[in-house]
Design a protein around this ligand. Sequence first.
Ligand code: NAP
Ligand code: G4F
Length: 330
Amino acid sequence: MSTPKALITGILGQDGAYLAQFLLEQGYHVYGLMRRYSNPTFENLQYLGIADEVEYVSGDMSDEASLLQIVKFTQPDEIYNLAAQSFVGSSWDQPRLTTEINGLGTLHLLNAMKIFAPYARFYQASTSEMFGGGSDENGEQTELTSFYPKSPYAISKLYAYWITVNFRESFGLYATNGILFNHESPLRGKEFVTRKISDGVARIKLGLQNELRLGNLDSKRDWGFAGDYVKAMWKMLQQEEGSDYILSTGESHSIREFLDIAFGYVGIEDWTPYVTTDPRFKRPAEVKTLQGKSDKARAQLNWEPEVSFEELVTMMVDADLQRLKSEPTS
Ligand code: NAP
Ligand code: G4F
């Protein structure tokens, strides 16, 4: 049997790195789409020790010609569309760019697959942000909960969600949406609240920083571990046909709870003297609570998250402590 080929967009991001690692372990040849940078950072892939095992292809989600060329050249069996302007806060500052990359970029990639690799299987990185906090009577989100996007990011992702469904229904493509709730790891970008906290707590513990400035501490999120979630992305592409699945832990925790565990782990029981609320980190519209019900994925994909909330928080703080001890200027 020939080696299966996967194309991952967003290869340098958090999920791109974990997914590449998982697919390489399964025996895939992994193509990673990265955009041109004068000084690209392979930090995440290096952290996992796989930077030299991926074949990089140069393209940009906002450049349709590059995507047509890449799909024609790579002839992938599976396409994982993870590339995005993924930071909700920035989407108010750069709404058009966010829409072009996340929304139209997905259309371009699906179109490239339709023309040059219609046999391939497509995974779209959809998001719990599309719900905007709407829920069923139990306060949870399911695959049937109505969407009510509250940011330009969420709106761009809603377009991508529906164009994926549309290509499945219109052209018979195998196209799947993973509606993923927040998932974190030591590879999470430092602007996201979990990594901002784990990095800040580690710096405070090591005497490199004395304050952590945050926005709304009352938001609640359903936080899982990215390494668990990429396995289900792959499982979604091994089914009889494409469908849409929620991935979540089913638990929701506030940022205050995250702070309790993170500071507690380094021996600081009262974090209030270190944390300042800064209006710059508040959003024009907030998604207050997300808590997903992933029964469909658990039953059909035989998947469940393995890392608990407490394990996730301590894993992240631990990784930042180790990183800062070896590179205090990073
Ligand atoms: P991430 O770390 O921000 O990675 C996103 C990647 O997309 C980055 O490597 C970035 O490249 C790349 N990218 C951005 N614009 C691009 C463009 N124009 N052309 C090509 N590549 C581009 O995000 P993540 O946490 O891994 O998330 C992966 C996907 O899942 C995203 O689509 C995100 O919206 C979605 N999602 C994430 C979560 C979560 O909790 N993590 C939950 C639901 C959905 P550079 O490195 O060059 O900037
Ligand atoms: O960590 P966040 O920036 O993640 P957010 O907005 O939930 O988005 C992440 O998860 C989505 C899935 O639900 C993905 F689609 C998306 O790509 C991304 O990965 O913020 C989490 C919460 C928000 O309520 C925010 O207002 O934390 C609150 N928060 C409070 N202080 C802060 C801060 N967020 C950030 N980034 N920085 C703060 O200082």
